[in-house]
Design a protein around this ligand. Structure first.
Ligand SMILES: *Cc1c(COP(=O)(O)O)cnc(C)c1O
Length: 414
């Protein structure tokens, strides 16, 4: 196992390095080592993937990965698709997002290398993963987040006992503080941009699983909520290993309010430039890439290599997709998690994806992580003042009666 720069191909030993010493480029893991045997019942560690960790004692697992791939006929009908539409449900990972895969591998490698603790810059989900896996591994963790991170994510990070550092401004500012802390204190940086090669490498398991769950068929399209893009890379790498020469077309989905990769794609530029100030409620992909623009460029290269697309969706379309997923399929997603479904709806409507195409939407983060958005959704909630009225109330409900408007919001118990 060694590390190699994706730009200049310079090689480095498999230590905890974050960028090419020669050109600053992104490093990737080459010929990853594997555990001597799979760990039964331990999610992505229970398969045969080589995940860059050789010592089973270094793995602190919570059962991350091996998530379900659901058929979604209700959703397909609602958005006008006739093909095989499936949801890769990453919300069921131990801390509620796919970040668990990357962080579990990065923490295991840090442990194997004997590092004293971890730091993670995060818009919330990677921080929750880092806090949980640090607790599991018995390592101290410092998590750096923007102040405006959803309160559920902050609460989750603090609950696992991590030290939480809030910085004013957007994600890229937290990223810079994380770099600094890692450098000064010798902590492993498990930030889930392209920084940590072991973390990024583990995301290939998403591609492996989709291929295996579709019994060796390659879907036409895979839609991926995209910040910096390691998850895009994970899907591409997974299919490259399982089905060489048969890649699905990847769609990198961003929010209108923060879409640096889409802007470059639409302008026909190959180099991604940083975004100004993000304005979207999709916190998990609100990443302006300031200071690590080459992450975006690498992701764009991958998307283009598959013949895919980069598209942006409005917050309102995401809100509608959240409701469709919850009501049509029983899957509760945070805004970012449902952005792939919003994009599919748009691409079916404008004909860029054919109605009979076979499509996988990655749903990346759980709805519990951003409840404010859900509290603002219309809901049918009625108060039963007198238990004697229960029959009448249920009859109205079953007859399709509509709740009066002052009763249609969840409220705190008084
Ligand atoms: C981090 C995150 C993403 C974006 O992942 P990248 O690999 O940075 O592109 C998408 N969805 C959710 C819920 C996330 O937390």
């Amino acid at each position: 196992m060694f590390l190699r720069c994706i730009d200049c191909a310079a090689a480095l030993p498999a230590g905890m390095y974050y960028s090419c010493q020669a050109c600053g480029g992104i490093l990737e893991v080459v010929e990853p080592i594997r555990l001597p045997r799979p760990l039964p019942g331990a999610g992505m560690w229970s398969g045969d993937a080589a995940l860059g960790v050789g010592d089973p004692a270094a793995v602190a697992t919570l059962g991350e990965g091996m998530t379900p791939l659901h058929r979604a006929p209700g959703l397909a009908r609602a958005i006008g698709a006739d093909g095989d539409i499936r949801i890769k449900d990453e919300t069921v990972n131990p801390t509620g997002s796919f970040k668990d895969r990357a962080v579990a591998a990065a923490v295991a490698r840090a442990r194997e290398l004997g590092l004293p603790g971890i730091v993670c810059a995060s818009s919330g989900n990677a921080g929750a993963s880092a806090a949980a896996y640090a607790a599991r591994a018995g390592l101290p963790a410092v998590i750096v987040v923007p102040t405006h991170t959803p309160v559920e994510k902050l609460t989750q990070i603090a609950a696992y006992g991590a030290r939480l550092v809030q910085v004013d401004g957007h994600y890229s500012r937290a990223y810079a503080v994380g770099l600094d802390i890692a450098r000064r204190h010798g902590l492993a940086n498990v930030t889930t941009t392209y920084l940590n090669p072991y973390g990024v490498d583990a995301l290939k398991t998403v591609g492996h699983e989709i291929f295996d769950q579709m019994e060796g068929r390659v879907p036409d399209w895979v839609l991926v909520p995209t910040g910096a893009g390691p998850l895009v890379r994970g899907v591409v790498q997974g299919f490259r290993e399982r089905a060489p020469g048969h890649l699905p077309k990847l769609v990198a989905v961003q929010a209108e309010g923060c879409a640096p990769i889409v802007r470059a794609f639409e302008a026909g530029e190959r180099a991604v430039r940083a975004w100004g100030t993000p304005t979207t409620f999709a916190s998990g992909i609100s990443d302006p890439l300031i200071g690590y623009e080459r992450d975006g460029t690498h992701t764009l290269d991958l998307v283009i290599a598959t013949g895919g697309l980069a598209v942006a969706v409005e917050d309102e379309a995401i809100r509608a997709a959240m409701a469709l997923l919850a009501r049509g399929e029983g899957i509760l997603a945070e805004p970012t998690g449902a952005s792939s479904v919003a994009a599919l709806q748009m691409l079916l409507a404008d004909g860029r994806i054919a109605r009979d195409a076979s499509v996988v939407c990655l749903v990346t983060g759980h709805g519990f992580k951003d409840l404010k958005v859900w509290r603002e959704m219309p809901a049918d909630i009625r108060r039963l003042e007198d238990p004697a009225d229960a029959d009448r109330l249920v009859e109205t409900i079953l007859a399709g009666g509509v709740a009066s408007s002052d009763q249609d919001r969840p409220r705190e118990a008084s």
